[in-house]
Design a binder for this molecule. Structure first.
Ligand code: AP5
Ligand code: MG
Ligand code: ZN
Length: 220
């Protein structure tokens, strides 16, 4: 294992990438870089990138590659990413994967491992349908599978007012699944060929998935 670690969390919407990234970030001491969360943060701050991304996100469409890649490039240059990164939801297209390889190469790094969250569509829809998201720290909860300790209050940052994400509508979720199948799934064969892909059974309960991820990383 190299001294820096750059790990990709790859998988369909609602598979549990964000949930596990929160846990892994603490365990590995790496920054959790979620492109979806970065866009939502930009939107809260009403930046041009945030306002532009909103139109795509609310329709369940991917934001153009150049916009996402520039945002990630800037994020990877921040001090906390000097020892590596946990990339949640990036890359999501072949051009994004190529851009990431270039960014890491310039930093003298490479992708160490790609953790693929494998789950059925019915599971994804059930998880997204019950999801509540913290507008403060982006932590995800679930009415049935991961309720907060105090109803409506975030366990992580204490903010009250967990809410349904604006792209968790039925229409946007269907579109996100189509985008995933057509544009993101091709990454699986790329990372299988390169030997970087680790398949995780994301159908299991949260704690079991966490253990599977730890095992996959240990054996990497
Ligand atoms: P993004 O925010 O990344 O959304 P997503 O990929 O659709 O994934 P989600 O965040 O919906 O799911 P997740 O896998 O993180 O699951 P979670 O842990 O929350 O992207 C949003 C949008 O931004 C995109 O549609 C696009 O427009 C844009 N965008 C972002 N990145 C982009 C990129 N690279 N290129 C272009 N555009 C981009 O879990 C889901 C629910 O299930 C929660 O309620 C959780 O509590 C529960 N849960 C989690 N694990 C389990 C479990 N094991 N068992 C039971 N319940 C569980
Ligand atoms: Mg997420
Ligand atoms: Zn929070």
């Amino acid at each position: 294992m190299t001294s820096t670690q750059d790990i990709i969390l790859l998988g369909p919407p609602g598979a549990g990438k964000g949930t596990q990234a929160f846990r892994l970030a603490t365990r590995l001491g790496l920054p959790h870089i979620s492109t979806g969360d970065l866009f939502r943060q930009n939107l809260r701050e009403q930046t041009p990138v945030g306002l532009m991304a909103k139109g795509f996100m609310d329709r369940g469409l991917l934001v153009p590659d150049e916009v996402v890649c520039e945002m990630v490039r800037e994020r990877l240059e921040l001090d906390d990413a000097s020892s590596g990164s946990l990339l949640d939801g990036f890359p999501r297209t072949i051009p994004q994967a190529e851009a990431l390889e270039g960014m890491l190469r310039r930093l003298g790094r490479r992708v160490d491992c790609v953790l693929f969250f494998d789950a059925q569509d019915a599971t994804l829809v059930e998880r997204i349908a019950g999801r509540l998201t913290c507008s403060g720290c982006s932590a995800a909860f679930h009415a049935r599978f991961a309720p907060p300790k105090v109803a409506g209050v975030c366990d992580h940052c204490g903010k009250a007012g967990l809410a349904v994400r604006s792209d968790d509508t039925e229409a946007a979720v269907s579109a996100r699944l189509v985008e995933y199948r057509t544009k993101t799934e091709p990454l699986l064969s790329r990372y299988t060929k390169s030997g970087q892909l680790r398949v995780i059974n994301a159908e299991q309960p949260i704690a079991t998935v966490e253990n599977s991820l730890a095992l996959a990383l240990e054996s990497n």
